[in-house]
Design a protein around this ligand. Structure first.
Ligand code: A3P
Length: 336
């Protein structure tokens, strides 16, 4: 399946708007003809856009985001590499920030999938015109998989919660997920192929190591703007992480809340066991642009170290060697 040129779908408000949008379309079409491409996981090809392997839909989205998205200084972004536990963090962030609005016995998350709690910016920018999001209460929450270097400089005043995960677990989780969503006219996608591509840096929003470093480095300089988290630490100490999240977002828990068990209630509400067994997460569907994903696909095993059931010793050695090399000198390490 080849990419499609973008043409205006709706009448534009003025000649100036039209010219601006046409220029973006031209840039996009030019990029599609000039960027290196490689095999995709879900779609046929990923393109190397400013150093990252991106699905064409999100290259267009990135251009529209730069042109039309207006960040506010109070915005909070959940940025993550795909399959690092975004769904979980969405639930934790949302229920922490809105803890005064819902009771834990009848909560929004009992009836809605975590993906619906706040917009996934990459999909929201897929088509013109993008929403202006001015209806959202402050602080506005957004999720994105874009690396920091592909986001506008104007977001520097916003806060980012970045979530990453041990790369072998990411690889396995992503292969299972993308294989299920893979376009039907494409040949099957083996774990061996996914493994080789991942090691070359080729997977949606990859290279993995460039993605994590794009947030890791600035997080060392401005920890008040970027909270850098790993899936494994959320798993090991969820209460500690939820308290850090609340403080980072500017809504720390009061002593009274802590004594009343609010932190534990949030952790329990958002646990894999609780969320994955809710009817809405067993049967519900979420739309991301044109792609529909069943909520249950976001809940597989939710454990650390499942890669051991998929990767050989040789594969482990190879991927660990690559990650060590790429992260050398950064002080960022992954265990497990
Ligand atoms: P596995 O495939 O290893 O089970 P994302 O939300 O970024 O797509 O990541 C999905 C991964 O997070 C999946 O990992 C999924 O099972 C896991 N996950 C989802 N909800 C979780 C939760 N509440 N607690 C722990 N892990 C969770």
């Amino acid at each position: 399946m080849s990419h499609q040129s973008i043409i205006p779908q709706t009448p534009l408000e003025s000649k100036e708007h039209e010219d601006h949008y046409n220029k973006i379309c031209k840039d996009y079409n030019h990029l599609m003809e000039t960027m290196p491409k490689s095999n995709g996981w879900r779609v046929e090809h990923l393109y190397n856009y400013n150093g990252f392997w991106i699905n064409p839909i999100y290259i267009k989205a990135n251009l529209l985001l730069h042109a039309y998205f207006k960040p506010q200084p109070t915005d909070i972004f959940l940025a993550s590499f795909m399959k690092s536990g975004t769904t979980w963090l969405k639930a934790l962030i949302f229920s922490t920030l809105t803890r005064h609005l819902y009771s834990f016995s009848d909560h929004y998350l009992h009836h809605h999938g975590p993906q619906s709690t706040f917009p996934f910016l990459d999909s929201e920018c897929e088509s013109y015109p993008i929403s202006d999001f001015t209806h959202m209460c402050s602080p506005r929450l957004f999720a994105t998989h874009f690396p920091r270097t592909l986001l506008p400089e104007s977001m520097a005043s916003c806060k980012f919660v970045y979530l990453c995960r041990e790369p072998k677990d990411v690889l396995v989780s992503k292969w299972v997920f993308m294989s299920k969503l893979r376009e039907k006219d494409l040949p099957p996608f083996s774990l061996d192929e996914a493994f080789d591509l991942f090691c070359e840096g080729v997977s949606d929003y990859g290279p993995f190591w460039e993605h994590v470093l794009s947030y890791w480095r600035p997080s060392l300089e401005s920890s008040e703007k970027i909270l850098f988290l790993k899936y494994e630490e959320v798993k090991r100490q969820p209460e500690v992480v939820v308290r850090r999240l609340a403080t980072f977002m500017g809504v720390p828990f009061t002593t009274e809340e802590v004594e009343k068990g609010v932190v534990e209630n949030i952790v329990k509400l958002c646990s894999f066991e609780n969320l994955s067994n809710l009817e809405v997460n067993k049967k519900g569907v979420e739309k991301f642009g044109k792609v529909e994903v069943e909520n249950r696909e976001f809940f597989r095993k939710g454990v650390i170290g499942d890669w051991r059931n998929y990767l050989s010793d040789e594969m482990k050695q190879r991927i660990d060697g690559i990650i060590d090399e790429k992260l050398k000198g950064s002080a960022l390490i992954f265990g497990a």
